[in-house]
Design a binder for this molecule. Structure first.
Ligand SMILES: Nc1ncnc2c1ncn2[C@@H]1O[C@H](COP(=O)(O)OP(=O)(O)O)[C@@H](O)[C@H]1O
Ligand SMILES: [Mg+2]
Length: 394
């Protein structure tokens, strides 16, 4: 007898490139997860605070935020028998990173909604935070003018949080997760990066067990070395790789399984998608999403139907993703990008483009925009072969 439910679920499309992977959809990164689990238990149990700070590094769409979500789930759910901990996840934005004061204020104000914890302490902490003096300092101008002028220091506020609320409730370690750290401007008189490092270093010195976990484009840490060298050493880096075959297969199957879909994607199809996308997580999700939409109700996805639909998927990728990135560049940068793509060589150097005035500067800007990737000895490549193909058609 046919199973109606299964038939219905075969229609579901669980692939959504725009969203970071929910922990239930998370694939790969096994070594990183093992390392993080071990560290979390260790740092949580040590009586003298000895936290490890992590920097999750990669280019856009490589899965940085997904790793943060997964880390949060690991400590809050998987390890709840091992350690009692709290996570505060904060997604940075250009607005909240305009200056340190603005960041401090936004971050502290959002703590009640961004805080999750293992065990039953969340409710208690949130109730306590309602009464928390710091929040008063951020209130509207009014009778408490004096207070309003005294801006809270992140260091003091987090110390109060630890001493008054986290430690008394049995919390062994608190993870502060800052997503997209690169929104802090790099070249400013007072570097937010250094303040961040000083703050978290001093917190540990004051016996508050905070571990800082950030995400950023790989490049940021190279550039930071010039303005805030000690920050690089403050973090244990996690460099995200592209998916290999087994990882891509897991990422695809875990999603289909989670919606109880019977659709089977053949290994050959996954290999073919991997060949086109280079294992880039975002591009893999995009391809799977569109492919399932195009195929409609099928029981299996074979390499032939992928090959047939690929030109349409590639065109959509161009229109929805690459066009946006391309339009973001200035007219001269766009011309340069097209010229680079036309060269068809893996690596190019600015010297070969002397027809463009200030080529080195243009290359650096395109690198900032994550459209070019810099490798050793000042050579560059287009960030993805599919983008190079797109450029050649412009
Ligand atoms: N480890 C992973 N497992 C499954 N899917 C992933 C993983 N990492 C990334 N993805 C998928 O790739 C896309 C980009 O991930 P995201 O975390 O938003 O990247 P980033 O923060 O680096 O821009 C999302 O669609 C996400 O679902
Ligand atoms: Mg992200």
């Amino acid at each position: 007898m046919p199973n109606d439910n299964h038939d219905k679920n075969d229609n579901l499309n669980p692939f959504s490139p725009q969203q970071p992977a929910q922990p239930e959809y998370f694939a790969d990164r096994k070594i990183e997860l093992r390392d993080f689990r071990r560290m979390a238990i260790n740092s949580g149990r040590l009586k003298i605070p000895t936290p490890v700070n992590y920097a999750i590094l990669g280019s856009w769409g490589q899965g940085k935020t997904s790793v943060l979500y997964k880390f949060r789930q690991v400590v809050i759910e998987d390890l709840q028998k091992e350690i009692k901990c709290v996570c505060i996840y904060f997604a940075l934005s250009p607005e909240s990173c305009q200056n340190w004061e603005r960041f401090t204020s936004d971050f502290l104000q959002d703590i009640p909604s961004n805080l999750t914890s293992s065990g039953k302490i969340t409710k208690k902490i949130k109730a306590e935070l309602g009464k928390w003096e710091i929040s008063l300092n951020l209130g509207p101008v009014g009778a408490t003018r004096k207070r309003e002028e005294r801006k809270p220091r992140l260091l003091d506020a987090l110390q109060v949080l630890w001493n008054k609320h986290l430690e008394p409730s049995g919390t062994q370690i608190a993870f502060i997760m800052l997503d997209d750290l690169h929104y802090f401007p790099l070249h400013k008189e007072e570097s937010a990066y250094l303040t961040l490092r000083t703050t978290f270093q001093e917190l540990v010195n004051r016996k508050c067990n905070y571990s800082l976990i950030i995400t950023a484009p790989t490049l940021l840490f190279t550039d930071i070395a010039e303005v805030a060298e000690p920050l690089g050493r403050f973090f244990r880096p996690i460099d995200l790789n592209m998916f290999a075959f087994e990882d891509a297969k897991e990422a695809v199957e875990i999603r289909l399984k989670s919606v109880a879909s019977n659709v089977r994607v053949s290994d050959e199809t996954i290999r073919a998608i991997l060949e086109k996308t280079g294992g880039h997580p975002y591009l893999l999700m995009f391809t799977m999403h569109e492919l399932l939409n195009m195929l409609g109700q099928v029981k299996s996805v074979e390499v032939e139907s992928f090959a047939q639909n690929w030109p349409r998927i590639e065109a959509l990728l161009g229109r929805q993703i690459f066009a946006q990135k391309f339009q973001h560049a200035s007219p001269t940068e766009r011309k340069l990008l097209i010229e680079i793509a036309k060269k068809d060589s893996k690596l190019v150097s600015p010297g070969a483009f002397s027809q463009f005035k200030g080529a080195s500067r243009l290359f650096a800007r395109l690198e900032d925009e994550e459209l070019l990737i810099r490798s050793d000895r000042g050579k560059y490549s287009i960030f993805h072969p599919l983008f190079a193909e797109y450029l050649k058609n412009q």
